[in-house]
Design a binder for this molecule. Structure first.
Ligand code: ZN
Length: 848
């Protein structure tokens, strides 16, 4: 197979997203049957909140069923944004992947009818146990956010995706989500908890908590069949919705298929589908066929609600599918009654729902667009506003201007099937921050995002920067609506494209790479690109060095840059003599103003374009090491950047697919096998084994990086058996014991000490061997808290005239992050079979 697994997946997804529907910014008018369903939904006053840890944990079938069949207000609270996962559609990782997955969840909810919430918790990577998760998350802050979301959303039922009673059986984030859910069920009702929230909110006691269980939580279908079902509710979530022409499971599949960055495309199914809810706490349901039973979900739960129910029943009974506008007078009377409700919570929710129904019945289309994707502070932009009435009704829409947005006309009468265009001018304030996700403005910690405005708690994304405020007047009633200003254009292939409109800094500055490794004393060229987001008469660019580093030239001047023009400049960066690390940052000066922000764009067809603005900064690292390996063969695995790291410390690297490795490997000082090569290319690695064997036998050095234990037999990894396990050490600061301090891999050419294990990121390593051939020497011992020391993270054996080394250490994470100690260890591994030339010949010494 020529293409590797990931390339083919990417090709497939790129193709499928290119033909897929546009993102949710494209306005969709509901048909008359859907409008009828929305009117019916006005009569249900029940709320469900589904709780789990990650985007993709949620059961879209149950969420869709709650929103569309039960017609409940349905929320999904994902404690994290899924920042720690893998990205199958592009290069974005960490917070940028979190941005993509946030948008994928919003697209999923747009399809299944749910609402989306998050806490400040960060998906920092895998953890085995909730205790470990809760050490890295700030447990108090996560609960503070959950309590606030519950007090605002006021769920009648909380549904956990995971079992709070089985810590250690799944990802620690999963169990933690359920454990915290059980706690905040109590805390939200306790006025001593997070009391400051009660200035704006009331306490809330959710009546009931369930666990959305399934046979797989029982180990097998047989075990599930035999289990006690006293507390179990069965739901048929396979409803067919005639008004949509879709089954609930088909909607759930469309929703789940939005998780494209995870490769979770899903096919719909039809017919009956059972979901199970296990009652956990609160009042027991009075009727096990209804998860809300015993909780009043009708208008009688609100004072004055009976009258509303009567009016609503009349609207439903007389709804005319051929002419929905006939319902307007009755709906407006209903609205008057809603306005008089004392219950603020339901009044707000139902008024919003009803106003949307009125707009939909009138076929109102409101759009405000600009013909540019970005603008800068102080700019004046022309906005095209479209107001359309697709109904038989006549009404008027007023545009409410302010200092920022001035319109040509302010009162626009709209007759039957009338469409009016109005020009407006948007004056962006002279001082205005560039658009970026609100939760990424401040520096967070490993486990938590940080932002000060607690009112933003739970919100998936930053609200649009600019809106057009409108007031529709219909039969004497006024309906307020805000239209977000978007960037709309027509693409020859995609057709109509709707994207957000973002504010960018006047000039953006970006350094080419996030990390630069300096193998020796030589200076390295570093490229810095500036982009003028408005016309720039003149200015200059500097690259600021850390202490002890030198950068030439001191600055570059530039002149007459046009809007949108980019220019790249090359600085020479000179490291100090000794080992050192620091941060370089780009700085543009224009008169008295300075700019140091870079703009990162994330563009995929299935989500609105995203923008991240952050300070321009990159790491420069001089590990101060000696590498004796001149040439290294790299056998590609599942995908990693280790080959670049080897090149960065001075070896010439030749990369091969497992089926393209040359017969004669003798000219290479070391052969390094990429991560999970034995998992993803089982047969090719098998076929390669005799050549690797003889290469090592004749004096070569073979380094194998981590593989997962699944379906890997002890003899699959070469002539010396190794049994892999699921043992990992997830605490990146876990103490490392050097078991063999005198072993040459710890002493030459670089002396490795415990300080080389500081500053590691995310984890120590994974899938460590638990048994190995007696020829191997275990070099390092390490363990997570309260676990036994594992000794399999780095194994070295002499074999024939050469060396076989196996490591589950996460070099693939540490090297791209610029961790000095990982570079020194790597240099020792690939140098192990190379004689120290410096003894005979001082000139041959390759001191870096
Ligand atoms: Zn998960």
């Amino acid at each position: 197979m020529k293409n590797n697994f990931f390339t083919s997946i990417i090709a497939l997804l790129v193709f499928s997203t290119a033909v897929a529907q546009e993102n949710r910014l494209a306005q969709k008018q509901p048909n008359t049957a859907e409008i009828y369903h929305h009117i019916e939904k006005l009569g249900f006053l029940g709320t469900a909140l589904y709780v789990a840890a990650h985007p993709d944990d949620e059961n879209t079938r149950l969420i869709s069923w709650l929103a569309n069949d039960k017609m409940a207000r349905t929320g999904y609270l994902s404690l994290t944004r899924g920042d720690g996962g893998q990205n199958l559609i592009g290069p974005q990782l960490r917070e940028q992947l979190g941005m993509i997955r946030t948008q994928e969840l919003l697209e999923a909810r747009y399809i299944d009818g749910g609402q989306q919430f998050f806490t400040r918790a960060n998906d920092f990577g895998y953890s085995k146990h909730p205790d470990e998760t809760l050490e890295i998350w700030n447990e108090q802050e996560v609960m503070e956010d959950m309590v606030r979301i519950i007090r605002e959303f006021q769920p009648d039922v909380i549904i956990n995706r995971f079992d709070h009673r089985t810590p250690g059986s799944t990802h620690g984030h999963h169990t933690a989500s359920a454990m915290l859910s059980m706690k905040v069920f109590e805390y939200a009702a306790d006025k001593t908890m997070y009391a400051y929230q009660l200035k704006e909110l009331d306490t809330w006691q959710a009546p009931r908590v369930y666990f959305n269980t399934s046979w797989w939580f029982y180990g097998s279908e047989e075990a599930f069949d035999k289990s006690d079902k006293t507390n179990l509710l069965e739901i048929d979530a396979g409803t067919y919705y005639p008004y949509k022409g879709l089954s609930n499971s088909e909607i759930a599949a469309l929703s789940r298929s939005q998780h494209k960055s995870q490769g979770f495309g899903s096919s719909g199914s039809r017919g009956s589908q059972t979901e199970y809810l296990e009652y956990l706490k609160g009042s027991f349901p009075t009727d096990k066929s209804d998860l809300f039973s015993g909780i009043n979900t009708t208008w009688t739960r609100v004072k004055g609600g009976s009258r509303i129910q009567t009016l609503l029943n009349a609207v439903i009974a007389s709804y005319n599918f051929k002419n929905p506008t006939a319902s307007i007078p009755a709906l407006l009377e209903l609205r008057n009654n809603l306005e008089n409700l004392k219950d603020k919570h339901w009044k707000k929710i139902k008024l919003e729902e009803l106003d949307q129904i009125l707009l939909d019945i009138c076929g109102v289309y409101l759009e405000a667009s600009v013909n540019t994707s970005t603008a800068t502070a102080g700019e004046s932009i022309s906005v095209a506003i479209e107001l359309t009435n697709r109904s038989n009704e006549t009404f008027q829409i007023s545009l409410l201007p302010n200092q920022i947005l001035q319109t040509e006309e302010n009162k626009i009468p709209l007759n039957k099937n009338d469409s009016k265009s109005v020009k407006a001018s948007l004056q962006i304030p002279a001082i205005y921050e560039a658009s970026t996700p609100y939760y990424l403005k401040e520096e967070g910690s490993l486990g938590m995002y940080q932002f000060k405005d607690r009112k933003l708690t739970g919100q998936p994304e930053t609200a649009p920067d600019f809106v057009v405020r409108t007031m529709m007047e219909i039969q004497g009633t006024q309906l307020y609506r805000e239209i977000p200003i978007i960037h709309k254009h027509t693409d020859p292939v995609r057709g109509e494209v709707n994207e957000p409109f973002y504010i960018v800094p006047e000039v953006a500055v970006s350094i080419q790479n996030p990390v630069y490794i300096f193998s020796g004393d030589d200076a390295q060229p570093i490229q810095v690109t500036i982009k003028a987001n408005k016309k720039m008469p003149q200015g200059n660019l500097e690259l600021l060095p850390p202490d002890g580093w030198h950068i030439t030239p001191q600055d570059f001047g530039f002149e007459n840059l046009e809007k949108g023009e980019e220019k790249t400049y090359t600085f020479q960066v000179q490291p100090p003599k000794k080992a050192s690390r620091g941060v370089i940052s780009g700085l543009v000066k224009i008169g008295l103003q300075t700019f140091n922000q870079e703009v990162i764009k994330i563009n995929y067809d299935h989500i609105p374009d995203q923008q991240l603005v952050r300070n321009s900064a990159s790491q420069v690292v001089k590990p101060g090491l000696i590498n004796r390996a001149n040439t290294v063969a790299y056998i590609n695995g599942a995908g990693d950047d280790v080959a670049q790291a080897i090149e960065a410390i001075g070896s010439k690297v030749f990369k091969f697919e497992p089926n393209e490795v040359p017969d004669d490997l003798s000219k290479y000082d070391a052969v390094v096998v990429g991560i999970r090569a034995f998992n993803v290319s089982e047969n090719d690695m098998d076929a390669l084994q005799p050549r690797l064997d003889s290469y090592v036998n004749n004096g070569g050095t073979l380094l194998m990086q981590y593989n997962t234990s699944r379906r890997i037999s002890p003899d699959a990894l070469g002539p010396l058996p190794i049994t892999l396990s699921r043992k990992r050490v997830t605490d990146e600061n876990a103490t490392v014991t050097i078991l063999e301090p005198q072993h040459k891999i710890m002493t030459a050419p670089n002396a490795i000490t415990s300080t080389d294990f500081t500053g590691w990121v995310q984890e120590r390593g994974l899938y460590f061997p638990e048994q190995w051939d007696a020829a191997f020497t275990p070099i390092l011992g390490m363990n997570d808290k309260e676990e036994e020391m594992t000794k399999g993270s780095l194994l070295v054996a002499e074999y024939g005239a050469g060396h076989i080394i196996y490591t589950g250490l996460s070099l693939f994470r540490e090297l791209p992050a610029g961790v000095s100690g990982a570079y020194k260890l790597l240099a020792n591994i690939i140098s192990i079979g190379v004689e120290d030339q410096s003894i005979e010949n001082e000139d041959g010494k390759r001191k870096l």
